[in-house]
Design a protein around this ligand. Sequence first.
Ligand code: SF4
Length: 220
Amino acid sequence: MSNNTRSSQVKTQAKFRNITLHFHNQGLRSYIEVDLCKECPRQDDKGCCAHYSPVFYPTDMAHLYIHEPGLIDLIFSREHITVLDTSVTVNHSIDGDSFRCSFHSKKSGCLLPQPMRESICRHFVCPGIAWWEESKLQPWKQFFDQLQSYEIELNNRIGQTLRTRGLTLRQPELRYSFLKEASKLYLEALRHPPSFYTQVPSHEIAYLKRELKYGQEWIL
Ligand code: SF4
């Protein structure tokens, strides 16, 4: 084998990396952890969080209100927020030649604990990893697909009920009543979990090998 052939093989091998994913089934607070995020191939210290503005819906806000109400104050204290009747978007801000989520810190990544994030932030894994193509992970794909539909339907249902009770987040004086009522409806929904919750374990670790590309070539 010539030196050239050997060195080109080493280069090709160096592009491949073992990636560990942790799938957590926590019902409406389920999430996926990816070890690659710590050394994101985008190499811009913000990765996918450079392109997203988190949107908190009634189930998110109820969960935060019950478990860590200080985070509700943190959301409403952010400078650029869009408040609708039943949701709050924390808008990203300009950062260099792109953006940065308001909750993202260059040093430590997302400032929110994973179960406290909204659903895109809890479920998103970049297409370069494409875990959903693995046959052994199909139960998790079905789980997250169903969870997404269930969460949308539940948020719509809770939102509609709150609207009919005259509650809206747009009026600051009604926010406390909104959160209290949303929490009651959320807790009631938790008492009737959908059957697909039992299709996957509470935690599973998956190991994948993927070819990495760097900078803009790593698609988000
Ligand atoms: S809330 Fe956290 S995970 Fe979501 S975009 Fe912002 S920094 Fe990223």
